[in-house]
Ligand binder design. Structure first.
Ligand SMILES: C[S@@+](CC[C@H](N)C(=O)[O-])C[C@H]1O[C@@H](n2cnc3c(N)ncnc32)[C@H](O)[C@@H]1O
Length: 204
């Protein structure tokens, strides 16, 4: 296996030295930075919103959220300790002030939490889900009534296509409909080599 392939396979659950390299790539690749910023913009985050990012990786989007959330807290969840360490280093001040909470765990573990959020989002995590239907049920239950979820996806790997992005968006939309989300809409951000898509929906 080439070094490049070894790093790429880290994106599901980064660990060890290669995991740290994968996190560095996530934090510095322009398309990754753009789609994280765009997703946070789409959520129209308010100063007193409770916000959760699932699969926060190195914490780029958490940083953007913390600029908007001034009277509440932001939580980052990831099943990789290596990624939580990078997110902590990137957002050390907010963490020490108690404005940022970092939690080790999987998307699926949210079914055991009673806390609910105004805004929940993920960026390039949905492709790793074993049971998307169950994951979107949990997402719906973890939102406050009237809260909004955003799921962003940009295909990677060899020869990604816009069609792949839209196929995923349609799968996400179907899961969200089945979970009870309303006002579901799709947004697209032109990027190189393929666009990122984001599906947003609200809990009634
Ligand atoms: C491709 S990276 C994206 C990271 C970040 N969202 C970004 O765009 O920079 C995927 C991240 O999701 C995490 N992840 C994957 N599946 C997960 C799951 N089921 N629960 C929690 N975290 C997950 C990985 O550990 C990794 O940090």
């Amino acid at each position: 296996m080439s070094l490049q392939t070894m790093v790429v396979t880290q994106f599901h659950r980064p660990h060890g030295i290669l995991g740290h390299i994968a996190g560095w790539i996530m934090a510095h690749r322009p398309s990754n930075r753009d789609r994280n910023r765009w997703t946070v913009d789409l959520l129209d985050i308010q100063p007193d919103d409770d916000v959760l990012e699932i699969g926060c990786g190195p914490g780029l989007a958490l940083e953007a959220c913390l600029k908007r959330v001034t009277r509440s807290r932001v939580m980052g969840l990831d099943h990789s300790q290596a990624m939580l360490d990078q997110a902590a280093a990137r957002n050390a001040r907010a963490l020490s002030e108690g404005r940022l909470i970092l939690r080790l765990g999987a998307w699926e573990s949210l079914r055991d939490t009673e806390q609910q959020f105004d805004k929940i989002f993920s960026v390039n995590v949905v492709q790793f889900l074993d049971d998307p239907a169950a994951a979107f049920d949990v997402l719906h239950a973890t939102l406050k009534p009237g809260g909004t979820a955003a799921t962003t996806y940009m295909p990677r790997g060899k020869n990604p296509t816009r069609e792949q992005a839209h196929r995923m968006a349609n799968d996400v939309k179907r899961c969200m409909e089945n979970s009870g989300f309303i006002r579901i809409k799709l947004e697209e951000l032109p990027l190189n080599p393929v666009p990122a898509v984001c599906v947003l929906g609200t809990r009634a």
